[in-house]
Design a protein around this ligand. Sequence first.
Ligand SMILES: NC(=O)c1ccc[n+]([C@@H]2O[C@H](COP(=O)([O-])OP(=O)(O)OC[C@H]3O[C@@H](n4cnc5c(N)ncnc54)[C@H](OP(=O)(O)O)[C@@H]3O)[C@@H](O)[C@H]2O)c1
Length: 358
Amino acid sequence: MPPVPKRGVVAVTGAAGFLGGWTVRNLLDRGYRVRACVRSVDDDSRVGFLKALPGYASGRLTLHTADLDRVGCFDDIFVGCHGVAHIAHISTYEDQDYVRRTCDHIIASVNAARSVTRVVVTSSVAAVISEMDLQEVVRRPVFYEDRYPDESNPKRTPERGQGYSMGKLVAERAFSDAAAASGFWDSVTCCPGDNVGPIQSAHQKDMGPWQHHIEGMLRGAYHQNGVYRPWMTVDVRDDADCHIGLLESSEVKNGERYIAWSTDVRKVEDICADIDRLLPELNHAATPPIDPFPDRIKAREAEFRGIWAQCELRNDRIRARTGITFRSLDESIRDCAESLIAVAKVPVRRREAAVETA
Ligand SMILES: NC(=O)c1ccc[n+]([C@@H]2O[C@H](COP(=O)([O-])OP(=O)(O)OC[C@H]3O[C@@H](n4cnc5c(N)ncnc54)[C@H](OP(=O)(O)O)[C@@H]3O)[C@@H](O)[C@H]2O)c1
């Protein structure tokens, strides 16, 4: 199906969020007309940063209230759109029937619009590597697009914490099946890694795990990662550009998926130490992570770290299709920390007096 035309109309769901907000901003920078979909256009604590963008003043950016839980939620908004970046979270990933219903709501609006030719659906690397048994990572250590979590593992259930990974795959398949059936739009999936980078609005410090972890580091208390998994990152601005590149590409095909990450990998405690290395002016007092794991997991720390260390992260597919050059993680950490202090007024635990000062 045709890619979205340059300066065409693109709807972005989850536009008040960390990734959605950057996708809106980068689309505007590239000349597009943008319909930003949020749950409340009147909640300026969440959407004020969008209203402050120059494109809003001119009318090139418009804001629209839409809740994915409602049938027909995007019917009016999508009419006349060329593309949709479906980035929003949903209310829960625990109930797979609910996940499917939210997909059906948005798919029905795309079909009804008749103008949309490309939908980019935001999935996650959790739909690539979420394993109930880490030996599966040992067996299949190359993380690339055609790798899926072991879906035959009987422990892969929402009750065991796999709802998010399962729900993302439900959505990927629902959209590509619906697109194939429609014959006039296609669906391409983007699977981002761990998003790091600047927040644009104070409320975003509480969303997404990674900027929230960095907030904890600045304050002096943050947690170890799941089974000692290192961060596998992408800058949120590059992630947004990956989404836009997939909307623009004339080479992508329905049902394809693309991992968006730089392939930079770093331990959580090293990220905390990096704040001082990258911003020595802060005198940040780096602290070790709080380790919440039971003793039986702690006893296997070296083994788990060894498993992650031999994994190979690939991003050749997205680089070939979009021409993206990923920022370094250093740049993402620096800009995230600075934005948390400047935009969200996060207090920093400093070395000299070991007291918090804003
Ligand atoms: N952050 C990461 O590291 C990461 C990694 C991999 C994949 N992802 C995926 O990327 C997407 C964006 O993540 P993010 O970190 O930017 O999330 P975020 O900052 O929490 O933003 C998500 C947005 O989803 C919207 N939303 C939630 N429930 C909704 C509903 N029922 N109807 C309509 N909108 C709803 C919220 O809108 P309002 O603000 O208007 O209420 C929110 O702004 C998600 O799909 C996530 O799974 C993120």
